[in-house]
Design a protein around this ligand. Structure first.
Ligand code: MNH
Length: 461
């Protein structure tokens, strides 16, 4: 494993360091992100954790992050947990190394499908799926928000990118794709982080077997998607899959081979739904706890959308709804970190030396609680995203979608979809939360509210 920061640079670390194990007290397998937020508060804008002899440097201060985001000096690093996902995502966009030829090819080939203008292509499907959620909620009075947002976002990415339905709202159990995906992501991340020779293989034996089954099942889903397309004819759907298959057929310079296309399909199915689902769930959590905010947001939707489903142009006019989403992603950026690796010997902040190849982790929820955000950084306040307030902060203070060339390709997609869904919920249903519910955040590859259930009823009853 590459080292992080020059070893002679001394950094704050958690107080009770154990022999061999290192800094393991106070950090739990299930909540590393939330524990790190607390550590950043106690230890400052940069700290280290040594675990089993491996050193991890965690950065959350805005000045240090501004340096790490400098594309001339740094590039994306695959942190161990992300590198562990290469057994699933291969050299697909998310898990590719920046110097792998397939990263550039796929980026150039697919980028045009993710511009703001390209969102027109997906708009009607997004509105349709939001409408299906409303129909589904009409048949229920109690819902688990995160579970239903996951149904919705998986359905949206399936239909828009691959013209493939997971039948999310017509089946009673969640689609087996979701369970297999969550298990295999968790497994491969843990496997990459817990690397004790021999012992790890023994400990993971049964889980390794289960993982092979899950991966085989995911491969079957991909087969089904590709086969369905070949049966219906390439070139008819004008979606992501068509872009990739057409380029392959016509020997486009950015053509991807069959194995890589399969990696991209799985990458988009996963990256294209978990994070948006969490963002929607957190936004609904904060909205549902603040009746005054709910009414203001609803009034805005009534004004800019009326009682119709939104046209493409009207989506972005809901400025308050957008600020609510931005603020939810400030407190709980659902992809909570990214890693940066030095391209040359360099220095960050005032004097932390990094040699070429050294890397550090950006803790996004820590960055989003930097003092530049004011005094009550844990408080939900959408007005932080009024334009004057945004202009008063450093440009790099808000990074929910990562940074530079390797930033999220699906940003516009996620925002357009999430705005449609939040607006549609405000427009059509009343939500009553359980007053005793306290936010609990589940950490897997992404962050998600846990056990967040609400009562739903048609608006105004
Ligand atoms: Mn998304 C990369 C956050 C929605 C597809 N995404 C990233 C990164 C972050 C991120 C952070 C950078 C990771 C890194 O540097 O290691 N993404 C989000 C969030 C949302 C999101 C918070 C929703 C909210 N992402 C989406 C959607 C899609 C998508 C929707 C697809 C439709 N994201 C990607 C892909 C990458 C990525 C693909 C990798 C891009 C690249 O490296 O070229």
């Amino acid at each position: 494993m590459a080292t992080t920061l020059a070893p002679d640079v001394s950094l704050p670390h958690p107080p009770r360091r154990l022999p061999v194990l290192g800094d393991v007290l106070g950090v739990h397998v299930a909540t590393p992100v939330q524990d790190s937020i607390r550590l950043a508060r106690e230890l400052g804008p940069i700290f280290e954790r040594v675990v089993l002899g491996n050193r991890f440097v965690v950065v959350s201060g805005v000045d240090l992050v501004t340096d790490l985001n400098d594309e001339r000096r740094f590039t994306k690093h695959l942190a161990p947990a992300v590198a562990g996902l290469r057994s699933i995502g291969g050299d697909g966009l998310f898990t590719a190394y920046s110097d792998e030829p397939n990263w550039r090819k796929a980026h150039d080939l697919l980028r045009p499908a993710f511009t703001q203008a390209a969102m027109r292509t997906y708009h009607d499907t997004m509105v349709e799926v939001a409408g299906e959620l409303m129909s589904y909620w009409r048949t229920r009075d109690h819902v688990d928000v995160s579970a239903d947002m996951t149904k919705l976002t998986l359905e949206t990415i399936g239909r828009t990118a691959f013209s493939y339905s997971f039948d999310s709202f017509t089946r009673t159990e969640r689609h087996p794709f979701v369970g297999a995906m969550v298990r295999t992501l968790t497994h491969n991340q843990r496997r990459a982080v817990i690397t004790v020779p021999v012992l790890s293989d023994l400990w993971f034996r049964d889980r390794d077997r289960r993982n092979e089954q899950d991966k085989a099942y995911l491969a079957d889903v991909i087969d089904d998607i590709v086969r369905t397309r070949r049966d219906h004819g390439v070139g008819a759907e004008n979606d992501l899959l068509d872009i990739m298959l057409t380029a392959a057929r016509d020997a486009d310079p950015n053509a991807l081979d069959e194995v890589n296309i399969r990696h991209q399909i799985l990458t988009f199915l996963i990256a294209g739904h978990e994070t948006t689902s969490g963002a929607l769930s957190f936004a609904l959590y904060y909205l549902s706890r603040d009746p005054e905010l709910w009414e203001r947001a609803r009034a805005e939707i009534d004004e800019v959308w009326g009682d119709e489903p939104p046209t493409f142009e009207r989506v972005a006019k809901a400025r308050l709804v957008r600020r609510i989403l931005d603020e939810a992603l400030r407190l709980w950026p659902t992809a909570p970190g990214y890693a940066r690796e030095a391209l040359t010997d360099t220095v960050i902040g005032d004097g932390y030396r990094m040699r070429r190849g050294d890397w550090a982790m950006v803790l996004i929820p820590g960055l989003h609680r930097d003092p530049v955000w004011g005094a009550n950084t844990d408080e939900f306040d959408p007005d932080r995203f009024l334009s004057a307030a945004v202009r008063s902060r450093p440009a790099q203070a808000y990074k929910p979608f990562g940074t530079g060339e390797r930033a999220c390709i699906g940003r516009q997609f996620a925002l357009h979809e999430a705005m449609i869904v939040l607006g549609t919920v405000l427009q059509n249903v009343d939500v009553r939360p359980d007053p005793n519910y306290r936010l609990r955040v589940e950490e897997r590859l992404t962050l998600m509210p846990k056990g967040f259930e609400v009562q739903v009823s048609p608006r105004g009853r």
